[in-house]
Design a protein around this ligand. Structure first.
Ligand SMILES: [Zn+2]
Length: 345
């Protein structure tokens, strides 16, 4: 199983994150990807740099103006910013009524809905190559590989059609799923990151051709809030094509695996021909953003169960932060998955 990664993804350098109003070190650090890349090399996964597929695959799931905004957003911001300013929005439009302002601070509030996606000098390059990594992994599978892994960083599953939030800018998993649609009629996106795939849900909500299932704690009490309730099942032609498997904070592996089983059942009922997995590792019991309690052995069980779906599968990295077991959990999932699909290192 090939892995894809481009070191330019390391350039995004968010410093401060506000949690409950308090500034803290930003959890979405480049070191996450370095740890996982090193684990891949130690376990003899071939790690390749992605080709450059351009912005077309990104614009296939996002508002094209949103995609282009990030090309020079930091340059525009810094040209006017006071000393020491963070590249975060300080205004919000509330409802999306109104018009996109020419002013950069107004535009940042239009396209970014929280303070967790600060613009830094190399943010655009990082998010661009994170998306290319996802396309490359999807292309590998579309070309006949049983599976591929995209070490996308920054992550993507919170990015909506036209706004960034939750550390995410471009929705790498949706970009991969859309790319698979060039080859297969019915694709599923299974999100096992601990947070709701609210961006993926936004992008896919009316789609009849890409089934979306997310596992996450109750959005009434756990970020990213707002979306992810069981009665949200899609709309229009996509009615019935969204499934939210709601966990409780503190749930253990038994509850998580039962939810996974229900989600997989729904994906199989849909008749998916290919699969994208939003592979967050922040269900880990010692993740800094922990809400449920999965250990390395639980990640291995999840990997084996997903592999047993026997579908062409693209694994896209989402969350999973700098807790003590991040590297071990990534290793447990990916080596178990590789073994389960019968590929020796
Ligand atoms: Zn997450």
């Amino acid at each position: 199983m090939k892995a894809f990664f481009d070191p330019r993804q390391l350039g995004h350098n968010p410093e401060i994150y506000y949690r409950g109003g308090a500034p803290m070190e930003h959890p979405e650090q480049a070191e996450r990807a370095i740890l996982i890349r090193d684990m891949l090399l130690e376990n003899d996964f071939p790690v390749e740099a992605p080709a450059d597929y351009g912005t077309a695959p990104i614009k296939a799931v996002h508002d094209p103006d949103y995609v282009d905004f990030f090309k020079d957003a930091h340059t525009r911001f810094i040209a006017e910013a006071p000393e020491g300013a963070l590249g975060i929005p300080t205004r919000q439009p509330g409802s999306r009524r109104g018009r996109l302002p020419r002013d950069i601070n107004g535009a940042m509030g239009w396209w970014m809905t929280d303070t967790s996606t600060p613009l830094t000098p190399d943010t655009y390059e990082a998010i661009y190559w994170s998306a290319q990594t996802a396309v490359a992994a999807a292309e590998e599978v579309a070309s006949g590989a049983r599976a591929a892994y995209g070490l996308s960083r920054p992550p993507g599953h919170h990015a909506m059609r036209d706004c960034a939030n939750g550390f995410c800018f471009y929705n790498n998993a949706c970009i991969a799923a859309e790319h698979l649609r060039n080859t297969w009629q019915k694709v599923a996106l299974l999100d096992i990151d601990v947070h709701t795939g609210n961006g993926s849900m936004d992008i896919l909500y009316a789609r009849p051709d890409i089934f979306f299932c997310s596992l996450h704690p109750d959005p009434a009490v756990y970020p990213t809030f707002y979306l992810g309730y069981p009665d949200e099942t899609g709309e229009g032609e996509g009615l019935g094509m969204t499934r939210n498997e709601v966990l409780q904070i503190g749930d253990g592996e038994q509850e998580v695996l039962a939810a996974l089983e229900r989600g997989i059942g729904a994906i199989e009922d849909f008749g998916a021909q290919a699969l994208v997995v939003s592979l967050g590792l922040d269900m880990a019991t010692d993740d800094p953003l922990a809400a449920v309690n999965v250990h390395a052995g639980g990640f291995a069980q999840m990997a084996r169960r997903i592999a047993a779906m026997n579908l062409p599968t693209v694994l896209i990295q989402e969350g999973g932060y700098l807790g003590p077991s991040l590297k071990k959990n990534a290793e447990s999932f990916l080596t178990s998955f590789r073994k389960a699909i019968g590929e020796a290192p």
